[in-house]
Design a protein around this ligand. Structure first.
Ligand code: ZN
Length: 268
């Protein structure tokens, strides 16, 4: 007991002394001020909230000399318009396939010149990849693409600003990915797409893999049977509706007390 008191006797003044120590002077500002963080913009779209069974099929990495025309035949039979995110190098080799796709009502998006990982590149190199492809597409179909999908979906926040604000593109990702590039077999590609697709989905696949094309007849038929309607990505963006706020608790307006101060709604 006594020992405990003695300990307290020493401890308390020590604590008081500690508390009374003057706070350290503010540290001098560092030589290199940290740049303000770039605010994350909603400049990438993975899916869209829509009131209706609308989806967008997207096909990347073409055009492919053999497979893209087969896909265009199939889409034509189903009266489906899709979006093709094309590689500039391939456009330069097969502008006639792109012309056919555009003529038949499909949308053409920019997917870089040679499919590099943009996130590892300088701004100048990114700009060059995009502008070169833009010129190839515009030269082939006579209109400028307004959608861009970064290869691998890989992009830095600063590049998002560059591509969206400076180069004028909507950056389109996806919410349905059947991993068709791993060639798991047409049935797996098809079942993954059917399982994951919901209204407002953007479905990713590639028109450079034979299995993907083989998967499409059954996939399109099944999606149609589920009632989905197919639009291009730009059309899907126009169909976007606001996400409804969470259902508020019912309030009896006649007896409700004066409403308390409420934080302003972000939508206000
Ligand atoms: Zn790709």
């Amino acid at each position: 007991m006594l020992r405990k008191f003695r300990a307290l006797f020493f401890l308390v003044p020590a604590m008081v002394a500690l508390a009374q120590q003057p706070s350290p002077p503010p540290s001098p500002s560092p030589a290199k001020p940290k740049p303000p963080p770039i605010p994350e913009q909603k400049t990438t779209v993975s899916s869209v909230h829509v009131d209706g069974p609308y989806i967008a099929l997207t096909f990347d990495d073409g055009p492919s000399e053999k497979l893209t025309p087969r896909l265009l035949d199939l889409l034509g039979q189903h009266h489906i318009h899709a979006t093709f995110f094309v590689i500039g190098e391939n456009v330069a080799q097969h502008p006639e396939i792109l012309q056919r796709a555009a003529r038949e009502g499909h949308e053409i998006g920019n997917h870089s010149w040679s499919h590099p990982n943009l996130a590892k590149m300088s701004d100048d190199a990114v700009r060059s990849q995009i502008k070169r492809t833009e010129e190839a597409i515009t030269g082939a179909i006579g209109s400028r693409p307004v959608l861009l999908r970064p290869p691998y979906g890989s992009i830095t926040p600063r590049q998002k600003h560059l591509i969206h604000d400076d180069l004028g593109y909507e950056i389109i990702l996806w919410d349905v990915d059947p991993l068709d590039w791993k060639e798991p077999g047409p049935n797996i590609v098809s079942s993954r797409i059917l399982k994951e697709t919901r209204p407002g989905s953007i479905v990713l696949s590639h028109d450079i893999h034979a299995q993907t094309i083989q998967a499409m007849p059954a996939t399109l038929t099944e999606l149609e049977a589920k009632g989905f309607k197919f639009v291009t990505v730009s059309e899907l963006l126009k169909l976007q509706t606001p996400v409804p706020p969470p259902t508020p608790k019912p309030v009896n307006t006649t007896t409700a007390a004066p409403s308390p101060v409420v934080a302003p709604s972000p939508n206000g």
